[in-house]
Ligand binder design. Structure first.
Ligand SMILES: [Zn+2]
Ligand SMILES: [Zn+2]
Length: 469
């Protein structure tokens, strides 16, 4: 492996000169190995086997001993048979020749065939994938253990490498909407292979003013056709479940590489279908806004025509109309029409804003920090309490913190009109407490006990606005 891996590795160094931008060099060593891996050779049983499970074919030889199996395989690499255990009838074994020995695997079936985590439609696929994996992991174990040490990701993903070229490419479409500019970039960029890396690098350098951290949302993925890891630039081997893909930005990496990828996910608008019920950081990163647009738009509308409205946030609007607003945001994003023409009752807009917070998969005051806020609220000394609240606030994810801060400035304005709207900080605390914070476990008792502390937290935040600056 020494010579070929070295030659592949040498391709990994990327020029540091921005003007000399080269598309990522995809390393072919593991791809070559996959091509070289032994192919499955099915050894067919010449006789009719009784009790053959219907999901096995003629590679099933019935109850035979290990020695008999060995003999049938004839020392041919990749040869395989299935047999039923002599000692435990009803248990099945895959006997496979690899590396001049016979390997035996306990074989399972539950609609798909498997010996480990990966599940296959056919025994042939299972053996093909097994042979590739065995071959690559035997031949290249050292190479694989080192492939994360010099990732292309750092060079290309967030370094300045792409700045010049990409900004020039994007400047043409600068006036178009961001979505359009991404599409234009993908269609016209002369880069050999567009990857989510390139797209993200483009966004990072040009559009991403709000640098919130966001973890990738990796899920095991089966790639159709050959795919390369966008972290280490190596081939993703195997027949199925070759790696993981981020469902928010589309980044494709090896499972082992996913542990090293920084929390720099830049969600792709095409993948984010909704506004409501979408993780807050994911939404603001996808739309490249400082806060969720629902919050900005609803608050603007309420400050324009609802500050003096009696019982604002306490009086509920018609549920159907609130659902309409939600659908409008999901469908039209920041183009959603929430004007007085369409919704003369401002309580509908207030209701839609509250619903947005309630629908968040992770509340504004996150599950992680929930109990710390409650503990802070329980302190008797007001100064200590304020200090404790201040400290926990710093633990919130940046986008959550910013949204909460913006909301509190708004709620303060509501209380400044208390003589008209009759909404005090305490009243707003009652309304917003359970909306902004929910206990991690859904226990009715805990929720009841915590309610006055939830209220108190919101009240403290409204009354002490400087705690949020
Ligand atoms: Zn991602
Ligand atoms: Zn990788």
């Amino acid at each position: 492996m020494a010579t070929s891996s070295n030659s592949s590795l040498s391709g990994s160094s990327v020029s540091s000169d921005a003007e000399d931008y080269q598309p990522p060099i995809w390393k072919s060593y593991l791809y070559q190995l996959q091509q070289e891996a032994p192919r499955p050779k099915r050894i067919i049983c010449p006789r009719e086997v009784e009790n053959r499970p219907k999901y096995y074919g003629r590679e099933f030889h019935g109850i035979i001993s290990r020695e008999q199996a060995d003999e049938l395989l004839g020392g041919v690499e990749g040869a395989y048979i299935l047999r039923e255990s002599q000692r435990q009838p009803g248990c099945y074994t895959l006997a496979l020749r690899f590396g001049n020995q016979t390997l035996n695997y306990r074989l399972f079936y539950d609609g798909k065939h498997f010996v480990g985590e990966k599940r296959f439609e056919s025994i042939h696929d299972l053996v093909t994938d097994g042979l590739i994996t065995l071959y690559i992991e035997t031949k290249a174990s050292e190479y694989i253990s080192k492939m994360t040490t010099n990732p292309i990701y750092e060079h290309i993903g967030y370094a300045t490498l792409l700045r010049e070229k990409v900004s020039r490419r994007l400047s043409r479409s600068k006036t178009e909407s961001r979505k359009a500019s991404v599409t234009a970039c993908e269609e016209t960029t002369p880069v050999e292979k567009i990857t989510s890396l390139v797209r993200r690098a483009a966004l990072t350098q040009n559009d991403n003013y709000f640098n919130y951290e966001k973890a990738h949302n990796f899920k095991v993925h089966t790639f159709r056709g050959p795919h390369w890891c966008e972290y280490c630039a190596n081939f993703m081997w195997g027949l199925i479940a070759q790696g993981v893909r981020c469902s928010d930005c589309g980044l494709n990496v090896h499972k082992q590489c996913s542990k090293y990828v920084p929390n720099d996910c830049q969600p792709d608008l095409k993948r984010i279908k909704r506004v409501y019920c979408c993780d807050l950081t994911t939404l603001v990163k996808a739309h490249n806004t400082q806060r969720p647009m629902v919050v900005d738009i609803c608050i603007r509308e309420i400050e324009e025509r609802g500050l003096k409205s009696e019982g604002i946030y306490r009086v509920s609007g018609f549920t159907e109309h609130i659902e309409d607003v939600k659908m409008a945001f999901d469908r039209d994003g920041d183009k959603a029409d929430v004007s007085a023409n369409l919704y003369p009752d401002i309580n509908i807009i207030a209701g839609a804003l509250k619903l947005y917070f309630r629908d968040l998969p992770i509340p504004i005051i996150t599950y992680d920090t929930y109990s710390k806020f409650i503990d802070a609220a329980k302190l008797c000394n007001p100064d200590e309490r304020l200090e404790a609240v201040h400290e926990v606030l710093l633990l919130l994810p940046a986008a959550h913190y910013e949204t909460l801060r913006f909301l509190m400035i708004h709620l303060k304005k509501i209380t400044m009109n208390e003589k008209d709207n009759f909404m005090s900080a305490e009243n707003l605390g009652i309304v917003f407490g359970p909306t902004l914070m929910r206990p991690p476990e859904d226990s009715t008792l805990a929720t009841l006990n915590d309610m006055r502390y939830q209220k108190l937290i919101v009240q403290i935040l409204i009354e002490n606005e400087d705690v949020l600056f």
